[in-house]
Ligand binder design. Structure first.
Ligand SMILES: Nc1nc2c(ncn2[C@@H]2O[C@H](COP(=O)(O)OP(=O)(O)OP(=O)(O)O)[C@@H](O)[C@H]2O)c(=O)[nH]1
Ligand SMILES: [Mg+2]
Ligand SMILES: [Zn+2]
Length: 295
């Protein structure tokens, strides 16, 4: 669906030539793209996309089960909000770190939101505090919210002004509930009263961009089970960990991947507790999962 500058919506399809890209990307046109259209049938509001403007940026991931293919999650975004929950469902640090690596790789600033604070008990609140101090030390903004108790919503809303924001996270963490809270007339479908069933059913089934009441836009997306990284080589992975990036020049070898090399500044920083061991473990796990392609 394409929205014109004067607010009219068209059901659009793409012209054959763009399908060339299909081999590597499952979606030649993505939410957030700026496009040229030719009206096809004015009464039915259908149109043909004749050109896609160059993307300022985008975030991509692999498609589940077809990991050689990439999927453009969204394009032309100013920032991303990672919605996480520590309960119903539980978001792992591995998932958070993969998402952050993707944001770093595509140069999109990220904010981490821990939602459903109302159901956190002592254990989860402590986990939240630990995550908050760790991620803030690295330079990410971390917020605690509850859509149910209207906590933290205004602060989060203020961070969205004048920007195009992508919201991502597991299914059931409250992404659409948050969008409904800030744009009530939308009435997006959210999981019904039974709440989180643990069955992994997706409520939002496609990505959609909405205008915010004052200024700015927000992109709702379907929940992700995992975030499959694409376009990142083992060699460059540490560039996408800000706390490692700032130390890379001090490694003895300039092709150091910070595992077994002598004179490694990253490993030294881990030993001296200047880099969080949990983040280094994430780094090692992601490194191991990257399959080097033979070009
Ligand atoms: N207790 C509690 N429940 C919440 C909160 N926010 C959202 N929920 C509930 O969590 C369930 C899932 O919310 P959704 O907004 O549909 O989640 P989503 O992230 O959009 O999920 P997908 O569209 O499947 O990706 C709903 O039943 C919401 O009412 C919260 O802060 N506290
Ligand atoms: Mg949703
Ligand atoms: Zn090193």
């Amino acid at each position: 669906m394409v929205k014109t500058e004067n607010g009219q919506a068209f059901n659009a399809r793409i012209k054959g030539i763009f399908k060339i890209d299909e081999i590597t990307s499952t979606n030649p046109v993505a939410v957030g793209d700026e496009v040229e259209i030719e009206a096809e049938n004015e009464t039915e509001n259908t149109a043909i996309i004749t050109d896609i403007h160059e993307r300022k940026n985008y975030i991509a991931r692999t498609t589940p089960h077809r990991t050689w293919q990439r999927h453009i999650v969204a394009s032309n975004v100013d920032q991303s909000l990672l919605f996480a929950t520590l309960k119903e469902p539980r978001t792992s640090q591995g998932f958070i770190d993969r998402f952050l690596v993707a944001c770093e790789a595509y140069h999109v600033p990220a904010i981490i939101v821990f939602n459903k604070a109302d159901i956190y008990r002592k254990k989860e609140l402590q986990q939240f505090e630990d995550f908050k101090s760790m991620y803030e030390a690295i330079g990410y903004k971390v917020l605690l919210t509850s859509m149910k108790e209207n906590k933290g919503i205004d602060e989060l809303k203020n961070l969205l002004q004048n920007k195009t924001t992508l919201i991502s996270g597991h299914s059931g963490v409250g992404k659409s509930t948050f969008i409904n809270a800030i744009i009530p007339e939308l009435m997006l479908r959210t999981k019904d009263v039974s709440g989180w069933s643990g069955k992994g059913m997706h409520t939002t089934t496609f990505a959609e961009m909405f205008d915010l009441p004052l200024s700015g836009r927000i992109i709702d997306t379907p929940g992700l089970r995992e975030f499959g990284l694409t376009d990142i080589s083992k060699q460059e992975l540490s560039h996408y960990f800000p706390e490692m990036r700032e130390r890379l020049n001090n490694c003895q070898f300039n092709n150091c991947i910070h595992i077994n090399e002598p004179g490694c500044a990253v490993k030294k920083a881990v030993e001296e507790e200047e880099i969080f061991p949990e983040r280094y473990i994430s780094y090692c796990n992601i490194l191991e999962s990257i399959e080097e392609r033979n070009y």
